[in-house]
Design a protein around this ligand. Sequence first.
Ligand code: ADP
Ligand code: ADP
Ligand code: MG
Length: 537
Amino acid sequence: GCGICVHKCPFNAITIVNLPEQLDEDCVHRYGINGFVLYRLPVVKEGMVVGILGPNGTGKTTAVKILSGQLLPNLCGDNDSWDNVIKAFRGNELQTYFERLKNKEIRPVVKPQYVDLIPKAVRGKVRDLLRKADESGRFDEVVKELELENVLDRDIRHLSGGELQRVAIAAALLRNAEFYFFDEPSSYLDIRQRLRIAKIIRKLAESGKNVLAVEHDLAILDYMSDIIHVVYGKPGAYGIFSQPKSTRNGINEFLRGYLRDENVRFRPYEINFSKKSERKSQEGEILVEYPPLVKDYGSFRLEAEGGELYIGEVVGIVGPNGIGKTTFVKMLAGVEKPTEGEIDWSLTVSYKPQYIKTDYEGTVYELLSKIDAGKLMSSFYKSELLNPLGIPELYDKNVNDLSGGELQRVAITACLLRDADLYLLDEPSAHLDVEQRLAVSKAIRSLMAKNEKTALIVEHDVMMVDYLSDRLIVFEGQPGRFGKASKPMGMREGMNRFLASVGVTFRRDPDTGRPRANKEGSVKDREQKERGEYYYT
Ligand code: ADP
Ligand code: ADP
Ligand code: MG
């Protein structure tokens, strides 16, 4: 049954209950008269990692701000004191929490969502910043754990996204606190770094701390959390925190779009990973064959095996940060000239870079119609790309005012609207929530298949790589020094090679088909490593 439907109810003959009005008593915060409304809050538990899973714009960061004392919730009225908040949460697990917060007995520490903003707020060298944060005397240990030795003497302004993320996580870990909030800790990190910080965050909880983490990389959220809350609602309008659930159940209920305990259906369809439309690579027509390529920058050298790309296929590119993925893609695109080997074709390439600049003055519609106004009107592009990515809702917004996730969706759309033979997308999942990641994956697959084009996608989210790719190019080596790129290979071979280099095994969830990382040293982990099967396809 449908239970209570949040959006339009997809089923007939079911009473649609106006949910928010029923939840008045649980109203925590409202931004302005017609602003976003947040209902309920997540729990915080000693010794546990509480994971938060939900779409962008449903109040996850708002909840983090409230629980960390940065935002006094107005209780959807004119509340102006923490005493009233304590009263409102009487009998709830959070009552004592808010009492201690008010009495300054606890000081929560937050790793903020947007690490890109850090250089605007703080100045100076990484070493000085981290020294200042170090209340626990664990400077050396934390720097080593987060592999920050090489950037200690760098100015904050000159860090890459992945380096900023690790500095921000380090600064949080160095504080002496009982409560730690990590808002999207995996952004900009490669898979090995993601697993590494997931382990560090777990260890923090195991040492008796309270940890809460918002995360969109499902494999990482799964690996890191003891329990999770699903947030549902209408992005930008309201959000509701579910009861705490076991990690596996919570994620599966989220994918199904139905919360059992609450009897709420919040999405009319299920997300399932086992149903990817399989494409027989190596059977179609070849787009290009490229020779072995070398790029030598002096301090960094990339060697790539030669290979071929087929028309209609999507090739995932996996490997650590700083290993030459972008360099490789630029050589194929003819933007960088190889040191050895020659690219002598005249392919047209459309490229979405990893870091998107926003110097465009004008609206989203103006930007996109300049690329191809005709496609914006076409029913094919509307149904395959524009509507699934929620682009028409953004048409009137200024490009400069877009949030990180909105800008990402516009940049992906701009890339896919251009006419080209080869599409190159560098980390399309950054800043996107789970449903948006899947919508983007689907759009890329279907456009390549139907338009008979080819795409290369650099991606760190394992679920998305799995969902998107027909084949994989695997990068190995030593980041910042040398990289080796394989030729495109089948998913199974590619995933095995890639995951062996990271040292982690995955299994499939029997209910949803989603990839789940095995705990290190578990029976499954040891058994799969012995057989050399790091991944099930
Ligand atoms: P999430 O972290 O789940 O993406 P947020 O908590 O950041 O969501 O935001 C939820 C909603 O609240 C968004 O629609 C956002 O635009 C709105 N919002 C966030 N901060 C403010 C604010 N200071 N004033 C008004 N609206 C806000
Ligand atoms: P990835 O995309 O895998 O993160 P990149 O291809 O961006 O890696 O970079 C690989 C290495 O090459 C890095 O150490 C980077 O600093 C270096 N590099 C990239 N472009 C240049 C350049 N134009 N000149 C010198 N070094 C470069
Ligand atoms: Mg947020």
